[in-house]
Design a protein around this ligand. Structure first.
Ligand SMILES: C[S@@+](CC[C@H](N)C(=O)[O-])C[C@H]1O[C@@H](n2cnc3c(N)ncnc32)[C@H](O)[C@@H]1O
Length: 250
């Protein structure tokens, strides 16, 4: 039966997430929806079994249907529940917790509500769609070390996947690093220049919005300048904020 042997085709974002899971580990995919990541991990032989959870019944049903379609239904434990605490990850000996495709604040809340995330050696694989600064700030303040961080691009958007583990050490992280993460340090990654530009474009939108609302923008302007400097050090020129906003130097 051909559909029992095929792998689900992952887009670059889901593939990046899957690539962060340890071989031989037991992944828990929180907010699994389609369950493509656990299905892929099992079908490709990276993991023997997995746990897939969702707070909503319909996405979990989608997950079950897909697992049946790919012939791995018996290798995944499906759990209906909120976050991690409801799922009892200890009973499945979960090693790697994936929380992807949600806002950074919700991801932080899910992490915060579970003591299991504070067991050293348990890996958190996080792919926030928004509020990255807030999520990185939460991790730094609450004693989670970022042990890896990688970028991918899908369409005109960049996505970041953060791998973190609890070590109890609180860290002070400068605002620009909360915004960019560690990816900008990766000299070899060809996506970094585009990502720096993409981040500057978002900052410009924020600066314009704050100016229109009469709010201060010094912090955002400083981050813009720092990112331009980082890009310059990589041999990549990003126009200054004044140039971007159309303010002519006299
Ligand atoms: C946009 S989908 C992301 C699906 C997949 N993780 C991905 O990255 O493509 C978000 C999923 O998270 C689920 N979800 C939202 N809040 C949750 C929570 N507190 N606990 C578990 N699942 C949650 C939603 O029901 C939905 O299926």
């Amino acid at each position: 039966m051909p559909n029992k042997i095929m792998l689900p085709v992952l887009d670059d974002r889901l593939f990046l997430i899957a690539s962060m899971v340890r071989e031989g580990g037991v992944p828990l995919d929180v907010g699994t929806d389609h369950a493509y990541v656990p299905i892929y991990l099992i079908k490709s032989g990276i993991c023997a079994h997995a746990v897939a959870s969702d707070v909503n019944r319909q996405p979990l049903t989608n997950a079950c249907v897909n697992a049946q379609k790919f012939g791995v239904f018996d290798k995944i434990n499906f759990c209906l529940g909120n976050g991690i605490a409801d799922i009892h990850p200890e009973q499945y000996e979960v090693t790697d917790i994936i929380i992807a495709g949600m806002g950074g604040e919700l991801i932080a809340e899910i992490i915060d509500n579970s003591d299991y995330t504070r067991i050293p050696g348990i890996r958190l694989i996080l792919q926030p769609m928004s509020s990255l600064q807030e999520l990185r700030g939460y991790l730094a303040e609450m004693g989670y070390a970022t042990i890896d961080e990688k970028l991918c691009r899908a369409g005109d958007k960049y996505y970041t996947c953060i791998v973190a583990e609890y070590d109890g050490i609180r860290r002070e992280v400068p605002p620009v690093r909360l915004l960019l993460g560690d990816v900008a340090r990766n000299e070899a990654d060809p996506l970094v220049n585009g990502f720096l530009e993409f981040t500057c474009e978002k900052l410009v939108k924020k600066i314009k919005g704050r100016r229109m609302g009469g709010l201060p923008t010094a912090r955002e302007e400083e981050m813009y300048r720092e990112i331009c400097e980082m890009a310059r050090a990589r041999g990549h020129i990003i126009p200054s904020l004044d140039e971007t906003l159309g303010i002519k130097n006299t």
